[in-house]
Design a protein around this ligand. Structure first.
Ligand code: S3P
Length: 449
Protein backbone atom coordinates (compact mmCIF):
# COMPACT_ATOMS: atom_id res chain seq x y z
CA UNK A 1 0.00 0.00 0.00
CA UNK A 2 1.44 3.41 -0.88
CA UNK A 3 1.54 6.09 1.82
CA UNK A 4 -0.95 8.37 0.15
CA UNK A 5 -3.70 5.79 0.66
CA UNK A 6 -2.55 4.66 4.11
CA UNK A 7 -3.97 6.37 7.17
CA UNK A 8 -1.61 9.16 8.30
CA UNK A 9 0.55 8.24 11.28
CA UNK A 10 1.25 11.33 13.39
CA UNK A 11 4.50 11.44 15.37
CA UNK A 12 5.33 13.62 18.38
CA UNK A 13 8.67 14.73 19.84
CA UNK A 14 9.07 16.15 23.34
CA UNK A 15 11.72 18.20 25.07
CA UNK A 16 13.69 16.08 27.49
CA UNK A 17 17.18 15.21 28.56
CA UNK A 18 20.42 16.16 26.74
CA UNK A 19 21.34 13.93 23.79
CA UNK A 20 24.37 11.70 24.36
CA UNK A 21 26.08 8.86 22.54
CA UNK A 22 27.51 7.73 19.20
CA UNK A 23 25.49 6.84 16.14
CA UNK A 24 26.10 6.11 12.48
CA UNK A 25 23.45 7.19 9.97
CA UNK A 26 22.56 5.02 6.93
CA UNK A 27 24.13 5.11 3.48
CA UNK A 28 23.86 8.07 1.16
CA UNK A 29 20.64 8.19 -0.84
CA UNK A 30 22.18 9.72 -3.97
CA UNK A 31 24.95 7.12 -4.13
CA UNK A 32 22.56 4.27 -3.30
CA UNK A 33 20.24 5.12 -6.22
CA UNK A 34 23.24 5.39 -8.51
CA UNK A 35 24.67 2.05 -7.33
CA UNK A 36 21.55 0.30 -8.56
CA UNK A 37 21.50 2.22 -11.84
CA UNK A 38 25.20 1.66 -12.59
CA UNK A 39 24.78 -1.99 -11.62
CA UNK A 40 22.00 -2.29 -14.21
CA UNK A 41 24.10 -0.59 -16.91
CA UNK A 42 27.20 -2.72 -16.30
CA UNK A 43 28.27 -6.07 -17.59
CA UNK A 44 28.82 -8.56 -14.81
CA UNK A 45 28.37 -8.32 -11.11
CA UNK A 46 28.21 -5.26 -8.89
CA UNK A 47 28.37 -5.66 -5.13
CA UNK A 48 27.11 -2.88 -2.91
CA UNK A 49 27.91 -2.45 0.76
CA UNK A 50 26.11 0.01 3.01
CA UNK A 51 23.19 0.57 0.64
CA UNK A 52 20.48 2.80 2.06
CA UNK A 53 17.50 0.46 2.32
CA UNK A 54 14.99 3.32 2.25
CA UNK A 55 11.81 3.13 0.22
CA UNK A 56 13.10 5.48 -2.52
CA UNK A 57 16.13 3.30 -3.25
CA UNK A 58 14.07 0.10 -3.09
CA UNK A 59 11.79 1.59 -5.77
CA UNK A 60 14.81 2.24 -7.98
CA UNK A 61 15.95 -1.36 -7.38
CA UNK A 62 12.51 -2.64 -8.41
CA UNK A 63 12.65 -0.57 -11.60
CA UNK A 64 16.16 -1.87 -12.38
CA UNK A 65 14.73 -5.39 -12.09
CA UNK A 66 11.90 -4.47 -14.47
CA UNK A 67 14.57 -3.33 -16.96
CA UNK A 68 16.47 -6.61 -16.75
CA UNK A 69 18.88 -6.55 -13.79
CA UNK A 70 19.05 -9.50 -11.44
CA UNK A 71 19.19 -8.04 -7.95
CA UNK A 72 19.56 -9.91 -4.68
CA UNK A 73 19.88 -8.76 -1.09
CA UNK A 74 22.67 -10.69 0.55
CA UNK A 75 22.49 -9.15 4.03
CA UNK A 76 21.82 -5.82 5.73
CA UNK A 77 22.92 -3.15 3.24
CA UNK A 78 24.66 -5.79 1.09
CA UNK A 79 23.27 -6.19 -2.41
CA UNK A 80 24.35 -7.93 -5.60
CA UNK A 81 23.34 -6.68 -9.01
CA UNK A 82 23.94 -8.47 -12.29
CA UNK A 83 23.51 -5.94 -15.04
CA UNK A 84 22.47 -6.03 -18.68
CA UNK A 85 25.00 -3.49 -19.99
CA UNK A 86 24.47 -0.24 -21.89
CA UNK A 87 22.10 -0.87 -24.79
CA UNK A 88 20.80 -4.07 -23.21
CA UNK A 89 17.74 -2.90 -21.28
CA UNK A 90 14.57 -4.99 -21.48
CA UNK A 91 11.32 -3.26 -22.37
CA UNK A 92 9.47 -3.10 -19.04
CA UNK A 93 6.19 -5.01 -18.80
CA UNK A 94 4.37 -2.40 -16.70
CA UNK A 95 4.54 1.16 -15.40
CA UNK A 96 7.75 2.11 -13.58
CA UNK A 97 6.41 3.34 -10.23
CA UNK A 98 8.92 5.51 -8.36
CA UNK A 99 6.73 6.31 -5.36
CA UNK A 100 8.17 9.47 -3.74
CA UNK A 101 11.59 9.19 -5.43
CA UNK A 102 12.42 12.19 -7.62
CA UNK A 103 16.06 11.17 -8.00
CA UNK A 104 15.19 7.64 -9.10
CA UNK A 105 12.57 8.85 -11.58
CA UNK A 106 14.65 11.61 -13.13
CA UNK A 107 17.87 9.62 -13.47
CA UNK A 108 16.00 6.67 -14.89
CA UNK A 109 14.34 8.86 -17.53
CA UNK A 110 17.84 9.41 -18.90
CA UNK A 111 18.62 5.69 -18.74
CA UNK A 112 15.41 4.22 -20.16
CA UNK A 113 14.74 7.17 -22.50
CA UNK A 114 18.04 6.61 -24.30
CA UNK A 115 17.14 3.00 -25.14
CA UNK A 116 14.86 1.96 -28.01
CA UNK A 117 12.07 0.91 -25.64
CA UNK A 118 8.84 2.45 -24.40
CA UNK A 119 8.68 3.17 -20.69
CA UNK A 120 6.02 4.77 -18.51
CA UNK A 121 6.98 6.65 -15.33
CA UNK A 122 4.69 7.34 -12.40
CA UNK A 123 4.83 8.05 -8.68
CA UNK A 124 2.90 9.22 -5.65
CA UNK A 125 0.93 12.46 -5.23
CA UNK A 126 4.14 14.35 -4.36
CA UNK A 127 6.08 13.10 -7.41
CA UNK A 128 3.07 13.84 -9.65
CA UNK A 129 3.42 17.52 -8.74
CA UNK A 130 7.13 17.82 -9.51
CA UNK A 131 8.41 19.35 -12.77
CA UNK A 132 9.88 16.90 -15.28
CA UNK A 133 10.23 19.33 -18.23
CA UNK A 134 13.74 20.05 -17.00
CA UNK A 135 14.59 16.43 -17.80
CA UNK A 136 12.41 16.02 -20.89
CA UNK A 137 13.82 19.10 -22.67
CA UNK A 138 17.40 17.81 -22.97
CA UNK A 139 16.21 14.26 -23.63
CA UNK A 140 14.10 15.46 -26.57
CA UNK A 141 17.26 17.09 -27.98
CA UNK A 142 18.90 13.67 -27.70
CA UNK A 143 16.17 12.13 -29.85
CA UNK A 144 13.80 10.83 -27.16
CA UNK A 145 10.04 11.03 -27.88
CA UNK A 146 7.64 12.05 -25.16
CA UNK A 147 4.66 9.89 -26.10
CA UNK A 148 2.41 11.29 -23.37
CA UNK A 149 2.73 13.38 -20.24
CA UNK A 150 0.48 14.75 -17.53
CA UNK A 151 -0.25 18.47 -17.66
CA UNK A 152 2.79 20.70 -17.39
CA UNK A 153 5.32 17.93 -18.09
CA UNK A 154 4.66 15.74 -15.08
CA UNK A 155 4.30 12.04 -14.37
CA UNK A 156 2.58 9.85 -15.41
CA UNK A 157 4.55 10.18 -18.63
CA UNK A 158 5.70 7.81 -21.34
CA UNK A 159 9.00 7.96 -23.22
CA UNK A 160 10.09 6.18 -26.38
CA UNK A 161 13.80 6.02 -27.01
CA UNK A 162 15.38 6.58 -30.44
CA UNK A 163 17.22 3.89 -32.39
CA UNK A 164 20.36 5.91 -31.83
CA UNK A 165 20.61 8.52 -29.09
CA UNK A 166 22.18 11.84 -30.13
CA UNK A 167 25.11 13.13 -28.05
CA UNK A 168 24.63 16.80 -27.09
CA UNK A 169 26.21 19.70 -25.26
CA UNK A 170 23.74 21.00 -22.72
CA UNK A 171 23.81 23.80 -20.20
CA UNK A 172 21.49 23.02 -17.31
CA UNK A 173 18.89 25.75 -16.65
CA UNK A 174 18.96 25.13 -12.86
CA UNK A 175 21.69 24.02 -10.47
CA UNK A 176 20.51 20.41 -10.38
CA UNK A 177 22.50 17.21 -10.10
CA UNK A 178 19.42 15.35 -11.27
CA UNK A 179 19.31 17.18 -14.60
CA UNK A 180 23.08 16.79 -15.06
CA UNK A 181 22.88 13.10 -14.23
CA UNK A 182 19.90 12.36 -16.48
CA UNK A 183 21.76 13.85 -19.47
CA UNK A 184 25.04 12.06 -18.68
CA UNK A 185 23.25 8.73 -18.17
CA UNK A 186 21.45 9.19 -21.52
CA UNK A 187 24.84 10.10 -23.02
CA UNK A 188 26.14 6.68 -22.01
CA UNK A 189 24.06 5.17 -24.81
CA UNK A 190 24.96 7.84 -27.41
CA UNK A 191 27.89 7.51 -29.83
CA UNK A 192 30.34 10.38 -29.27
CA UNK A 193 30.77 12.98 -26.59
CA UNK A 194 28.02 14.34 -24.36
CA UNK A 195 28.85 17.50 -22.40
CA UNK A 196 26.89 18.99 -19.53
CA UNK A 197 27.70 22.51 -18.43
CA UNK A 198 26.56 23.66 -15.03
CA UNK A 199 26.97 27.25 -13.91
CA UNK A 200 27.22 26.18 -10.29
CA UNK A 201 28.82 22.88 -9.33
CA UNK A 202 26.34 20.36 -7.91
CA UNK A 203 26.93 17.02 -6.19
CA UNK A 204 29.35 14.99 -8.30
CA UNK A 205 28.40 11.42 -7.43
CA UNK A 206 27.44 10.54 -11.02
CA UNK A 207 30.80 11.70 -12.38
CA UNK A 208 32.70 9.80 -9.69
CA UNK A 209 30.71 6.62 -10.23
CA UNK A 210 30.98 6.82 -14.02
CA UNK A 211 34.76 6.68 -13.54
CA UNK A 212 34.52 3.93 -10.94
CA UNK A 213 32.60 1.75 -13.41
CA UNK A 214 35.09 2.44 -16.22
CA UNK A 215 33.71 5.36 -18.27
CA UNK A 216 35.90 8.20 -19.54
CA UNK A 217 34.83 11.50 -18.01
CA UNK A 218 36.56 14.88 -18.21
CA UNK A 219 35.65 17.61 -15.73
CA UNK A 220 36.79 21.18 -16.39
CA UNK A 221 36.08 24.37 -14.49
CA UNK A 222 33.50 26.59 -16.20
CA UNK A 223 33.14 30.26 -15.26
CA UNK A 224 33.37 31.26 -11.60
CA UNK A 225 31.61 28.35 -9.87
CA UNK A 226 30.68 26.01 -12.69
CA UNK A 227 31.93 22.88 -14.40
CA UNK A 228 31.82 21.31 -17.84
CA UNK A 229 31.57 17.53 -17.71
CA UNK A 230 32.25 15.53 -20.85
CA UNK A 231 31.50 11.85 -21.20
CA UNK A 232 32.67 9.56 -23.98
CA UNK A 233 29.56 7.57 -24.95
CA UNK A 234 29.05 3.82 -25.25
CA UNK A 235 31.79 2.68 -22.88
CA UNK A 236 31.83 -0.85 -21.52
CA UNK A 237 30.82 -0.37 -17.93
CA UNK A 238 32.12 -3.20 -15.75
CA UNK A 239 30.46 -4.32 -12.54
CA UNK A 240 32.48 -3.43 -9.46
CA UNK A 241 32.23 -3.03 -5.70
CA UNK A 242 30.58 0.09 -4.30
CA UNK A 243 31.02 1.01 -0.65
CA UNK A 244 28.32 3.58 0.10
CA UNK A 245 29.45 6.31 2.52
CA UNK A 246 26.90 7.66 5.02
CA UNK A 247 24.44 10.36 4.06
CA UNK A 248 25.32 13.90 5.24
CA UNK A 249 21.72 14.91 4.53
CA UNK A 250 20.56 12.35 7.13
CA UNK A 251 23.37 13.22 9.58
CA UNK A 252 22.05 16.81 9.45
CA UNK A 253 19.09 15.90 11.70
CA UNK A 254 20.90 14.44 14.75
CA UNK A 255 23.59 17.09 14.23
CA UNK A 256 21.18 20.00 14.61
CA UNK A 257 19.34 18.13 17.40
CA UNK A 258 22.58 18.00 19.41
CA UNK A 259 23.30 21.69 18.78
CA UNK A 260 19.91 22.95 19.96
CA UNK A 261 19.25 20.54 22.86
CA UNK A 262 21.01 21.99 25.92
CA UNK A 263 23.77 19.83 27.42
CA UNK A 264 24.07 17.50 24.41
CA UNK A 265 27.33 15.86 23.35
CA UNK A 266 27.04 13.44 20.44
CA UNK A 267 29.35 11.75 17.94
CA UNK A 268 28.00 11.01 14.47
CA UNK A 269 30.37 8.51 12.92
CA UNK A 270 31.81 8.43 9.42
CA UNK A 271 29.85 11.32 7.90
CA UNK A 272 30.62 11.82 4.21
CA UNK A 273 32.51 15.12 3.78
CA UNK A 274 32.15 15.57 0.02
CA UNK A 275 32.67 19.35 -0.37
CA UNK A 276 29.59 19.59 -2.60
CA UNK A 277 27.42 18.21 0.22
CA UNK A 278 28.50 19.98 3.38
CA UNK A 279 27.21 23.53 3.02
CA UNK A 280 25.14 23.01 6.19
CA UNK A 281 28.25 22.30 8.26
CA UNK A 282 29.97 25.41 6.85
CA UNK A 283 26.91 27.47 7.75
CA UNK A 284 26.53 26.04 11.26
CA UNK A 285 30.23 26.68 11.96
CA UNK A 286 29.70 30.29 10.89
CA UNK A 287 26.78 30.41 13.35
CA UNK A 288 29.12 29.36 16.15
CA UNK A 289 28.35 25.63 16.31
CA UNK A 290 30.71 23.30 18.12
CA UNK A 291 31.36 20.64 15.49
CA UNK A 292 34.71 18.85 15.54
CA UNK A 293 35.86 16.79 12.54
CA UNK A 294 37.64 13.77 14.03
CA UNK A 295 39.52 10.83 12.47
CA UNK A 296 39.25 11.93 8.84
CA UNK A 297 39.74 8.99 6.53
CA UNK A 298 38.68 7.53 3.18
CA UNK A 299 35.60 5.31 2.82
CA UNK A 300 34.14 4.33 -0.53
CA UNK A 301 36.23 6.90 -2.40
CA UNK A 302 35.06 9.81 -0.21
CA UNK A 303 36.53 11.54 2.82
CA UNK A 304 34.54 10.73 5.95
CA UNK A 305 34.91 12.09 9.47
CA UNK A 306 33.42 11.43 12.88
CA UNK A 307 31.62 14.60 13.94
CA UNK A 308 31.59 15.46 17.62
CA UNK A 309 28.73 17.88 18.14
CA UNK A 310 28.04 19.76 21.36
CA UNK A 311 25.10 21.98 22.25
CA UNK A 312 25.98 25.51 21.19
CA UNK A 313 24.72 29.07 21.28
CA UNK A 314 24.09 29.88 17.63
CA UNK A 315 24.08 33.32 16.02
CA UNK A 316 22.13 34.27 12.89
CA UNK A 317 24.04 34.59 9.59
CA UNK A 318 23.37 35.28 5.92
CA UNK A 319 23.62 32.14 3.80
CA UNK A 320 24.59 33.12 0.25
CA UNK A 321 22.63 31.71 -2.69
CA UNK A 322 25.89 30.32 -4.12
CA UNK A 323 25.97 27.82 -1.25
CA UNK A 324 22.54 26.38 -2.04
CA UNK A 325 23.71 23.48 -4.26
CA UNK A 326 25.93 22.20 -1.43
CA UNK A 327 23.08 22.17 1.09
CA UNK A 328 19.94 22.05 -1.02
CA UNK A 329 18.22 19.39 1.13
CA UNK A 330 19.31 20.95 4.42
CA UNK A 331 17.29 24.20 4.50
CA UNK A 332 14.37 22.79 6.53
CA UNK A 333 16.71 21.69 9.33
CA UNK A 334 18.78 24.89 9.05
CA UNK A 335 15.56 26.89 9.49
CA UNK A 336 14.98 24.95 12.72
CA UNK A 337 18.52 25.73 13.93
CA UNK A 338 17.98 29.39 12.97
CA UNK A 339 14.80 29.57 15.08
CA UNK A 340 16.90 28.68 18.16
CA UNK A 341 19.73 31.10 17.29
CA UNK A 342 20.17 34.66 18.48
CA UNK A 343 19.62 37.18 15.70
CA UNK A 344 18.39 36.87 12.16
CA UNK A 345 19.33 34.23 9.60
CA UNK A 346 18.73 35.07 5.96
CA UNK A 347 18.83 32.13 3.52
CA UNK A 348 19.16 33.49 0.02
CA UNK A 349 18.10 32.10 -3.34
CA UNK A 350 15.82 29.22 -2.33
CA UNK A 351 13.66 29.02 -5.48
CA UNK A 352 14.59 25.33 -6.05
CA UNK A 353 13.01 24.53 -2.66
CA UNK A 354 9.60 25.11 -4.19
CA UNK A 355 9.94 21.98 -6.37
CA UNK A 356 11.20 19.40 -3.87
CA UNK A 357 9.10 16.60 -2.35
CA UNK A 358 6.83 19.47 -1.27
CA UNK A 359 6.99 23.24 -1.70
CA UNK A 360 9.56 23.31 1.08
CA UNK A 361 9.62 27.06 1.39
CA UNK A 362 5.90 27.12 2.17
CA UNK A 363 6.05 23.96 4.31
CA UNK A 364 8.95 25.29 6.40
CA UNK A 365 7.18 28.64 6.86
CA UNK A 366 3.99 26.88 8.00
CA UNK A 367 5.94 24.68 10.44
CA UNK A 368 7.76 27.69 11.89
CA UNK A 369 4.43 29.46 12.28
CA UNK A 370 2.95 26.43 14.08
CA UNK A 371 5.84 26.60 16.56
CA UNK A 372 5.58 30.35 17.11
CA UNK A 373 8.92 31.01 15.37
CA UNK A 374 9.16 34.39 13.66
CA UNK A 375 10.01 34.37 9.98
CA UNK A 376 9.37 36.01 6.62
CA UNK A 377 9.62 34.97 2.99
CA UNK A 378 11.10 37.74 0.85
CA UNK A 379 11.07 36.67 -2.81
CA UNK A 380 13.25 33.56 -2.83
CA UNK A 381 14.80 34.28 0.58
CA UNK A 382 13.73 32.79 3.88
CA UNK A 383 14.38 35.00 6.89
CA UNK A 384 14.18 33.50 10.38
CA UNK A 385 14.30 35.73 13.45
CA UNK A 386 15.94 33.62 16.13
CA UNK A 387 14.40 33.30 19.58
CA UNK A 388 17.66 32.68 21.50
CA UNK A 389 16.75 29.12 22.44
CA UNK A 390 13.18 29.85 23.50
CA UNK A 391 10.98 28.35 20.80
CA UNK A 392 7.43 27.80 22.01
CA UNK A 393 6.71 24.60 20.07
CA UNK A 394 3.45 23.54 18.61
CA UNK A 395 -0.07 23.08 19.72
CA UNK A 396 -1.12 22.42 16.12
CA UNK A 397 0.44 19.66 14.10
CA UNK A 398 2.82 20.41 11.23
CA UNK A 399 1.62 19.42 7.75
CA UNK A 400 4.34 17.34 6.09
CA UNK A 401 2.87 17.13 2.55
CA UNK A 402 4.46 13.68 1.90
CA UNK A 403 7.89 15.22 2.60
CA UNK A 404 10.31 13.23 4.78
CA UNK A 405 12.60 16.17 5.49
CA UNK A 406 9.76 18.40 6.71
CA UNK A 407 8.71 15.61 9.08
CA UNK A 408 12.23 15.08 10.47
CA UNK A 409 13.06 18.79 10.75
CA UNK A 410 10.04 19.62 12.91
CA UNK A 411 10.45 16.50 15.05
CA UNK A 412 13.97 17.73 15.82
CA UNK A 413 12.52 21.14 16.72
CA UNK A 414 10.27 19.50 19.32
CA UNK A 415 13.27 18.10 21.21
CA UNK A 416 14.31 21.59 22.28
CA UNK A 417 11.12 23.66 22.17
CA UNK A 418 9.04 24.43 25.24
CA UNK A 419 6.02 22.37 24.14
CA UNK A 420 6.10 19.12 22.11
CA UNK A 421 5.86 19.18 18.31
CA UNK A 422 3.63 16.85 16.33
CA UNK A 423 3.89 16.18 12.61
CA UNK A 424 0.79 14.94 10.83
CA UNK A 425 2.49 11.94 9.22
CA UNK A 426 5.81 10.25 9.94
CA UNK A 427 5.45 7.54 7.31
CA UNK A 428 7.52 9.31 4.65
CA UNK A 429 10.61 9.29 6.87
CA UNK A 430 11.10 5.72 5.64
CA UNK A 431 11.84 7.01 2.13
CA UNK A 432 15.31 8.26 3.12
CA UNK A 433 16.06 7.49 6.79
CA UNK A 434 14.09 4.46 8.03
CA UNK A 435 16.09 4.24 11.27
CA UNK A 436 15.61 7.93 12.17
CA UNK A 437 13.34 7.36 15.18
CA UNK A 438 15.30 4.43 16.72
CA UNK A 439 18.64 6.23 16.23
CA UNK A 440 17.34 9.44 17.78
CA UNK A 441 15.95 7.41 20.69
CA UNK A 442 19.39 5.80 21.12
CA UNK A 443 20.67 9.33 21.78
CA UNK A 444 17.94 9.83 24.38
CA UNK A 445 15.40 11.73 22.27
CA UNK A 446 11.72 11.44 23.17
CA UNK A 447 10.12 10.78 19.79
CA UNK A 448 7.18 8.48 19.24
CA UNK A 449 3.95 7.76 17.42
C1 S3P B 1 19.90 14.70 -5.82
C2 S3P B 1 19.92 15.99 -6.26
C3 S3P B 1 19.17 17.09 -5.61
C4 S3P B 1 18.67 16.70 -4.22
C5 S3P B 1 18.10 15.32 -4.19
C6 S3P B 1 19.12 14.30 -4.64
C7 S3P B 1 20.68 13.69 -6.56
O1 S3P B 1 18.07 17.42 -6.41
O2 S3P B 1 17.70 17.63 -3.76
O3 S3P B 1 17.65 14.99 -2.89
O4 S3P B 1 20.87 12.56 -6.01
O5 S3P B 1 21.13 13.97 -7.67
P1 S3P B 1 18.16 18.51 -7.61
O6 S3P B 1 19.04 17.97 -8.65
O7 S3P B 1 16.75 18.66 -8.09
O8 S3P B 1 18.68 19.74 -6.94
Amino acid sequence: MSHEHAPASPVTSRPGTPLKGRIRVPGDKSISHRSMIFGLLSIGETRVQGLLEGEDVLRTAEVCRALGAVITREGPGRWRIVGVGIGGLNAPAGTLDFGNAGTGARLMMGVAGSHPITSTFDGDASLRKRPMRRILDPLVKMGVSVVSEAEGGRVPLTLRGPRETIPITYETPAASAQIKSAVLLAGLNAPGRTTVIEREATRDHTERMLRLFGAKVEVKPHGKDGRAITLQGQPDLRGTTVVVPTDPSSAAFPLVAALITPGSDVVIEAVMMNPLRIGLITTLLEMGASIERLSEREEGGETVADLRVRASRLTGVTVPAARAPAMIDEYPILAVAAAFATGTTRMQGLHELRVKESDRLAAVAAGLAAAGAEHEIDGDDLIVHGLSGKVRGGATSVATHLDHRIAMAFLIMGLASEAPMTVDDGAMIATSFPSFIPLMRELGAAIGG
